[in-house]
Design a protein around this ligand. Structure first.
Ligand code: CDT
Length: 303
């Protein structure tokens, strides 16, 4: 057995008026709870340092940029890394990344993997950006990720960490089978996914009462079809008037949910995840080398 004890650290709402300091204090409390319960790794949501700001249309770039981190660790987040090292608990953290690359300012919806010595050992930039790029005033609230972020340019890398092979995704990525499969092809054993999912989707309100079902459906099937653990961690509760689903879950390679949050607030759900439980799936029904038929899949990447 190769046990990784994982805490799914769901967050209740983060309002716009909440400072980074207040939010980081909540993350620290969850990290400390995780340490007390023997966690090796604590997983936080997408954009876990601020409110989900793409729900608003802003004219001023300076105002938008207040939601981004220009450094990681930065002055307000260094304490997370120091605490990780002190308590020997790693973490996944989603945040808005502001960076200078290729001679220009770039913005990504990013996650990092930090190990039990407080060192960043993996980075991922969200590939599937949902929503829209222009102001759509008819919506109850905006979803302007296509305006505020560039498409991730790192692919779906996996990292040797926590005694296994770990991958990351961010929110809407979890709805796409390619996300899991690209990491599955690299032997991934645990995929960490932070999200912000409103109950209400303005272009398709008829899906609203299926939001929990769809959340579980995609992560359970992604786990089973690739013989991997999936840890899905969201925000819950009413954030700036918008209800978020919460529904954070820990999914085994069997596709079964083995841990779950039951509130809409800050809550830690813990599971002892044996990475060796991936083997019977990877070696039998989903033995890719033996059973995949890539010659028939060309259309997936051709259009
Ligand atoms: N943050 C994010 O990607 N949220 C989207 C909402 C899109 S509406 C289906 C999600 O896929 O959960």
């Amino acid at each position: 057995t190769r046990i990784v004890t994982v805490g799914a650290a769901q967050l209740g709402p983060i309002q716009r008026a909440h400072s980074r300091k207040e939010v980081v204090a909540r993350l620290l409390s969850l990290l400390e709870q995780g340490a007390r319960h023997g966690c090796d790794l604590v997983v936080f949501p997408e954009l876990a340092l601020t409110t989900f700001f793409p729900r608003w249309f802003f004219e001023s770039q300076a105002e938008i940029d207040t939601f981004y981190e220009a450094q990681m660790p930065g002055p307000e987040t260094q304490v997370l890394f120091d605490t990780a090292r002190k308590l020997k608990v790693g973490f996944y953290l989603g945040y808005a990344e502001l960076t200078q690359e290729d001679g220009r300012t770039r913005r990504f919806n990013t996650s990092i993997l930090v190990d039990q010595t407080g060192v960043i050992v993996g980075k991922y930039r969200k590939v599937h950006l949902p929503g829209h790029a222009e102001h759509e005033p008819w919506r109850q609230f905006q979803h302007l990720e296509k305006r505020y972020f560039e498409t991730g340019n790192l692919g779906f890398p996996v990292f040797r960490a926590f005694g296994g092979i770990i991958g990351m995704a961010v929110c809407n990525d979890r709805r796409w089978p390619e996300t899991y499969r690209v990491m599955g092809l690299q032997g991934v054993e645990m995929i960490l996914i932070g999200y912000n999912t409103p109950v209400h989707n303005p272009p398709a309100p008829e899906h609203d009462n299926l939001s929990h079902f769809h959340n579980e459906l995609v992560m359970q099937s992604g786990a089973y079809q690739n013989g991997t653990w999936v840890i899905g961690v969201g925000k819950g509760g009413r954030e700036e008037g918008v209800d978020q689903i919460g529904n954070s879950i820990i999914v085994a390679p069997s596709g079964e949910i083995v841990g779950a949050c039951s509130t809409l607030g800050d809550e830690l759900a813990i599971a002892r995840c044996d990475l060796d439980l991936t083997l019977s799936y990877k070696n039998s029904v989903f033995n890719f080398a033996k059973h995949r038929e890539p010659h028939a899949y060309g259309m997936i990447v051709e259009r």
